[in-house]
Design a protein around this ligand. Structure first.
Ligand code: NDP
Length: 331
């Protein structure tokens, strides 16, 4: 293995605990332990990346850190029987960008068992247009199906619909025949959401204020990336024996709800964690994405940005100004 030099973003912690961002040049021996070296061809910015880059939440648990929780690329060198040089791979989570140096670098050294084969249908850039957000949306859809739900049971609601998880959840559910109710605080994105497959648009404010323990039954299934009062209201308006897959906290980590939907309507709350999801479930999610995501829908929800735009884009994302997904292809 050569001693490559490559650019990277490195985060350090200032004396006051603040996050400092540097653009650095690294070389192969600088990397953390791992048995596969991957030349990073594309990455993206997820909500969690934006939190890490701005220091808004304690995502980084080891300093210094190369952030970036998602990557797609080609195996450069492997000391594991699982992968060979030239294999096309992707990686979502597993502590990348949190405890292990991540995607915002030309080369990543990772554990062989964290990697997933890049589906033939996707280029590295397309896989990153999906990224952890889209893969999590697929995990949510699979969780609802595993629970036994199908479109004949009633509509599916998606909160944070114009965000990364939400927009891909809308597309995946619509493709399987669900009547999708998309909840958004950006009515200007209504036409775009309809284009992704939303049948109805609901204004975010309808669900974000404190509501009743039990409301009118409106949907059989839900994908929630927002948390707090929104999730409480989604639950209280879920039909008998329905379920809601909860994966996010864009509005808050709290859940000011009552047990009423659970004990009076048999509603289920399904937790979804993408970071340490087992390999088999990851592969199922990526197979579903490859089967159901229309490339036209994918391009309509993707904005390309350059490596130099990562930090300013993270700030825009936290301010709720990024539609869908961004892709960085000049790593
Ligand atoms: P985005 O920023 O792309 O999307 C979040 C969306 O939530 C926004 O676009 C907005 O949608 C909505 N939103 C933002 N702020 C508020 C608010 N205060 N009240 C109500 N709605 C709000 O982020 P992602 O889609 O990448 O991630 C969404 C959430 O899911 C995050 O909390 C993230 O940490 C979590 N997540 C969890 C994973 C897991 O493994 N469990 C994996 C991936 C993400 P709109 O403009 O349409 O209203």
């Amino acid at each position: 293995m050569g001693n490559d030099r490559f650019r990277a973003i490195r985060l350090t912690q200032g004396e006051g605990g603040q996050t400092l961002v540097e653009n650095v040049t690294l070389s192969t021996p600088d990397l953390m332990d791992g048995d596969v070296d991957v030349a990073v061809e594309a990455t993206t910015i997820n909500y969690k990346d934006a939190l890490a880059l701005t220091g808004r939440s304690p995502v980084v648990r080891r300093w210094p850190m190369v952030p970036g929780i998602d990557l797609a690329g080609t195996v450069r060198a492997s000391r594991s029987p699982l992968w060979r040089e030239g294999d096309r791979v992707l990686l979502n989570g597993y502590g990348l960008g949190e405890t292990h140096w991540g995607a915002y670098a030309g080369l990543a050294r990772v554990k062989a068992e964290w990697l997933v084969p890049l589906p033939d249908r996707f280029s590295p850039g397309e896989a990153m247009a999906i990224g952890t957000a889209g893969y999590t949306a697929a995990l949510c859809v699979l969780a609802l199906e595993r629970f036994g739900l199908s479109p004949e049971r009633g509509p599916a609601v998606v909160t944070g619909a114009a965000g990364g998880v939400g927009s891909i959840a809308v597309a995946l559910l619509a493709k399987r025949g669900w009547h999708v109710v998309a909840v958004t605080g950006r009515p200007s994105e209504a036409d775009w959401l309809r284009g992704l497959g939303a049948a109805e648009i609901l204004e975010r404010a309808e669900l974000s204020a404190p509501g009743k323990p039990l409301g009118k039954e409106r949907w059989a299934a839900g994908v929630d990336s927002v948390g707090s009062h929104t999730l409480a209201n989604v639950l209280s308006q879920t039909m008998r024996d329905g379920a809601v897959a909860a994966c996010g906290l864009a509005s808050g980590m709290d859940l000011p709800a009552s047990v009423a939907p659970f004990i009076l309507r048999g509603v289920a709350l399904l937790g979804v964690d993408s970071v340490y999801a087992p390999q088999a479930e990851r592969r199922r999610a990526w197979a579903r994405l490859a089967e159901d995501l229309d490339p036209a829908a994918l391009s309509s929800l993707t904005s390309p940005i350059g490596f130099a735009d990562i930090v300013p884009t993270a700030q825009r994302l936290l301010a709720g100004h990024v539609r869908g997904r961004v892709v960085v292809s000049d790593v």
